[in-house]
Design a binder for this molecule. Structure first.
Ligand SMILES: Cc1cc2nc3c(=O)[nH]c(=O)nc-3n(C[C@H](O)[C@H](O)[C@H](O)COP(=O)(O)OP(=O)(O)OC[C@H]3O[C@@H](n4cnc5c(N)ncnc54)[C@H](O)[C@@H]3O)c2cc1C
Length: 402
């Protein structure tokens, strides 16, 4: 593995860094709400060719030639600068790549541009009260009547449904087919008559999750991605993007640096906590995980460059578990460092997103939040099953795949 960058790529990095001097925004723009600031910056990123690089221009992307090294440099520098990235929402991060792979020309033209600009937001309607890990058992129905799908049933844990304009969801359209073959992937406008969203309160005190009820809600028949009964294959593509969003070494490095700062600022036995040998040992152990993840990422990246992804299948399968486990270690260590401040309730403005790590209550929120990604997008036990079965050829879990 050669870890040096070519002169041309170092010049590219310099261009990215220059562009990133524009974040945070300055002057009057800095007074606007954060979501608007991010949208302004992302649109500049599209013009500069650094954001949505693989989305064609006709759908609002910047359509750059594929270059995995440039992608890596952009990721590194955007994380370092704390700048808004392109893969952060369910619309841009999950739906867009799925539509690029499976959508019709009309669907791509209609849905991708507003999702990229952040003008139309999306939620993911997969889980149901009895169907989470065993998602293929889902029961929420869509029945074709004339030129409309009629939706009936319930979804749960639907993040952001209370704000979303649209849902990409899985519905049972072929009740007599085998469970994986009876599912279709539908695009549902959330303002459709017959849809009710009920927020669920989380242990953070915030409301990000929802139940979504469908009571004979009618949507046009062409709001289906791929053919009837192919929703399972389509959803696998979305899930890969979701797991990639969760498993990310740059996110770990950023959180670890915040943890080190925290250890510098807190005091133990009358001196900075970072000087305490037991704290240093814990930090060193966690940094070992962060470095292992960075190295694994480089290994996967260099295998991708050589077209040898099959050789790194096990590390790829391990990305999500490794990342969520490390983020939990970081949050747990911070929680111990803040001691009595751990009883502080998160502030209202901290409840959005993943929690800022600059205050003790922000770390409390980080600690609580760190449990979620280990469940979302496929719980850790299920990921371990997948690693065992697909990565190591172990016998199939008796409880799955019936
Ligand atoms: C932060 C967060 C955001 C989410 N956002 C969304 C969203 O936007 N849209 C959406 O559709 N869903 C969302 N979910 C739901 C998520 O996909 C499910 O919670 C997840 O798939 C697990 O399903 P479940 O909650 O029904 O748990 P269950 O499937 O009931 O699992 C409970 C426990 O049993 C274990 N288990 C289950 N089966 C097996 C097995 N065969 N072998 C070993 N262990 C097993 C699991 O690992 C878990 O520990 C979100 C969840 C979280 C935490």
């Amino acid at each position: 593995m050669d870890l040096t960058y070519s002169t041309a790529h170092e010049a590219f990095r310099a261009r990215v860094k220059t562009f990133l001097e524009g974040w945070p925004l300055k002057g009057a723009e800095a007074e606007r709400p954060l979501a608007e600031q991010e949208a302004i910056f992302r649109n500049r990123g599209i013009e500069a060719g650094f954001v949505y690089r693989h989305v064609p221009k006709r759908y609002g992307g910047s359509e750059q030639p594929r270059d995995a090294i440039e992608d890596q440099i952009i990721q590194e520098e955007f994380y370092r600068a704390g700048a808004p990235r392109d893969l952060t929402s369910q619309g841009a991060g999950m739906l867009v790549p799925t539509l690029l792979e499976f959508g019709t020309e009309a669907q791509k033209a209609r849905y991708i541009p507003p999702a990229l600009r952040g003008e139309e937001s999306w939620c993911q309607g997969y889980s149901e009260p009895g169907s989470g890990s065993d998602l293929a058992s889902l029961q929420c129905q869509a029945r074709l009547e004339g030129d409309e799908w009629v939706l009936k049933g319930q979804k749960i844990w639907t993040s952001g449904a209370q704000r979303a304009h649209m849902m990409f969801g899985l519905f049972r359209t072929e009740p007599n087919a085998k469970k994986h073959e009876g599912i279709s992937y539908l695009l549902v406008p959330m303002n459709t008559k017959g849809i009710e969203v009920r927020p669920l309160r989380e242990m953070t005190g915030g409301y990000e999750f929802n139940e979504v009820f469908f009571d004979d809600a009618r949507i046009p028949a062409d709001h289906i991605v791929a053919a009837r009964g192919q929703g399972w294959q389509v959803s696998r593509a979305t899930l890969v993007h979701e797991r990639n969003l969760i498993g990310n070494p740059f996110m770990m490095r950023e959180a670890f640096q915040d943890l080190v700062e925290l250890a510098r600022s807190r005091r133990r036995n009358g001196r900075p906590a970072i000087e305490d040998p037991s704290v240093r040992q814990r930090l060193a152990e966690i940094e070992g995980y962060v470095r292992a993840s960075e190295t694994s990422n480089l290994r996967q990246f260099s295998a991708a460059q050589r077209g040898e992804m099959a050789k790194v299948m096990r590390p790829v399968l391990m990305n999500k578990v490794f990342s969520t486990d490390t983020m939990q270690r970081i949050a747990r260590c911070a929680y111990d460092l803040i001691g009595g401040d751990g009883v502080l309730a998160p502030q209202e403005e901290e409840l959005h997103g993943w929690g800022r790590r600059s205050t003790p209550s922000g770390w409390v929120l980080q600690y609580i939040f760190s449990m979620g990604p280990a469940i979302a997008g496929g719980a850790t036990n299920i990921q371990l099953n997948i690693i065992g079965e697909r990565g190591y050829g172990l016998p199939r879990d008796l409880h799955r795949g019936k």
